[in-house]
Design a protein around this ligand. Sequence first.
Ligand code: ZN
Length: 295
Amino acid sequence: MARYAGIEGGGTKFVVAFGSGPDDLGDPIVYPTTTPAETLGRAIAEIRDAGPVDAIGIASFGPLDLRAGSEAHGHIAETPKPGWSGADVTGAFREAFDVPVGFDTDVNGAALGEQRWGAAAGLATFVYLTVGTGIGGGGLVRSKPMRGLSHPEMGHIRVPRRPGDAFEGTCPFHGDCLEGMAAGPAIEARWGKRGEHLGTDTEAAVELEAWYLGTALATLALAVSPQRMVLGGGVMKLPGLLEAIRLVFLERLGGYLPYEEVLDAGSFVVPAGLGDRAGVLGAIALAGEAASAAR
Ligand code: ZN
């Protein structure tokens, strides 16, 4: 059986694990994200220590340059994260190892993992949205991770403001885009505490979150024509949020997409199936994709 190295590159931590899928995934190695040289160097050292692999998959935080033929392909694009703008993520691995290297956003990687082993098993076209420190959206179209000019940035679409909501939003680029209004930092800024400590404010927070996320999902369903929409990320752990999103989603569609798959929102808007391993399994899936492409 093939043995892959999967690297989940996050803004705060990196995760490295070995295997070919959920059944044989080894214990993940987790360490903090510091400078690009130190962080990527550690991943290379872990792979060397672990012995030969057939391919490497990297699912990275973004934004990334994924433009075909770009000289900066595989580099981090401009990011507020100090030291990482322009960092060449794939180059060091290609230099160090003579195996195929798969690379995509953490979101597209997680989507690929969900299609192989999780909540989107067997589906060719679906949207994956993760709601945590930021909001990332991607998915697969005809079984290929969504890539075009570069990669989707669904977290930064505009959503109409909920009437009466005067919150300015936290996105440094847009203020009140979807991420600015509904990601974890927006919850913290609105209530002065993190989602898991909301207590009696939970219900009000869920209502607001559902307004923005349900509205965004309806927009994405209309734009992409997905067969399902999968939601992951820490904010989705808020009790009752998924159910509330489904209601807003159907309301926003206003009778459009009148198909039984959509009307049964319980099977159309679903939670991610791979839980905390979604990221690193996504990276393993990207390695598998790179290995097949090289054959
Ligand atoms: Zn934004």
